[in-house]
Design a protein around this ligand. Sequence first.
Ligand code: FAD
Length: 447
Amino acid sequence: MFDHISRRALIRSAAMGLAAGTITAPSAAPAPLDADLIVCGAGMAGLTAALTAARRGLTVVILEKRLWTGGDGVLSTGHFATFRTPLHKDLPQNLPISAEDYWKLIERGVIDEPLSKVRDNQMNSPVYYGVAKHNPDVLRSCAMRAADVIAFVRSMGAEFFPVNPALPFLLSSRPGSMTKIATALVARLREAGVKLMNRTRATALIVEDGAVKGVRYVDNKGAEGALRAQAVLLATGGFINSPALMQRYKRYWSTAKRGFSFEGDLPADHTGDGILMGKAAGAALEDMESVPKFWAGPAKGTPAVSWLMLDGATAYLVRKNGRRFINEKAARYSGCALRLFALGSEPGYVLFDEATFRGHYHDELEFEKALAQGGLFKARTAEELAAKAGVDARGLKATIARINADAAKRRDSEFGRTDKLFRALKAPYIFRLRTTRSPSRPRAGSK
Ligand SMILES: Cc1cc2nc3c(=O)[nH]c(=O)nc-3n(C[C@H](O)[C@H](O)[C@H](O)COP(=O)(O)OP(=O)(O)OC[C@H]3O[C@@H](n4cnc5c(N)ncnc54)[C@H](O)[C@@H]3O)c2cc1C
């Protein structure tokens, strides 16, 4: 997958990307270089870029401010968007899941991976204009590599759950896979002689003669230093923990109330360091306004049940009044979260039944564990379920009755769902209590 990148092109593109830096006095004699390339940030982006460069013969140093390596990747839920891969072997051969089918869906904005990394193409997003901003050839070439990415992460030890036929373009990796990938990447980097400096925070780009020449850093003991290289690659993740950047570039989301933040173990150090370093050196900022995605967890301390359910299983989203409020399938998780945000601080609740409970996501989303630990409720009647979960019983009863009547007519009279997952619910009903909503994705960057 890396064959198209030559050593010279890599150096040139990285250097050109930041060439418009602050101009300082020309240096008399060129200082010796510590490496060909310095990578700031040892998340999945930094690690794979470093490995690409090392395999092309460059000497590479990676700076990572945390003690650990792998960035948000190792905290993520590990879902990969792709088209037909060897993992799809048990699905019918005539299923429309080729690379072209995948691209068509992306173009329609139905699937947003992997292009959400470079553009905002979500129909429910307040900044949908992003779809027209980028070169479709570049985006297409990125999308067409999705199956290579699966092969690559499998070669790094990732393992996957069986493909959900209802969601064949999204593969779920098994728990621990993301850590395996990061561990394997670090091992390969070490084999390739790449130096990884943990607990070392990059603080500024060194700019001379209008070009980036290296990086200043500070280590965990407060000692400052500098490294010089032909090129510097900034892969320091997002800026959700920077109030100033959030207010400037994601004004809408920065108004989110307390309780709209991540309930989990995500470190609060997503301060957009690379973005600020690039900006200080004169780089243009690109895509800063794209909408953050949302990830949801149940009440703290209970196992997570993913928004994925709304995409790949029969499940409905209701409010505390027991009523649905959106076309769950079309809105997808970010659209659902956006609507919840607009409705105020009230949480959402996922409603499903025994068939979904026993279905594709039973193991993957650990339903039994969630039920045992109070992340889910189960009841034979809507009234009983409402009492357990603390939602309005009349509203919930009416919602189930309406879904079931509509499903019999194959017409969602409330929100117009036409997908195959829109079906009647049968008791026992299951309820997932308290869907917290949180912007999770570090996105955007310097150009
Ligand atoms: C809970 C959760 C679930 C997710 N689920 C999915 C999913 O299912 N599928 C999917 O595709 N994506 C998912 N994502 C998003 C995905 O994990 C991220 O988009 C991706 O990991 C970002 O990688 P990155 O390398 O660009 O940035 P990061 O992972 O943020 O890595 C940046 C690294 O740079 C380091 N750094 C920052 N500043 C400095 C500095 N000044 N000096 C040195 N080092 C620095 C950081 O410590 C970090 O290690 C999820 C994210 C979260 C939080």
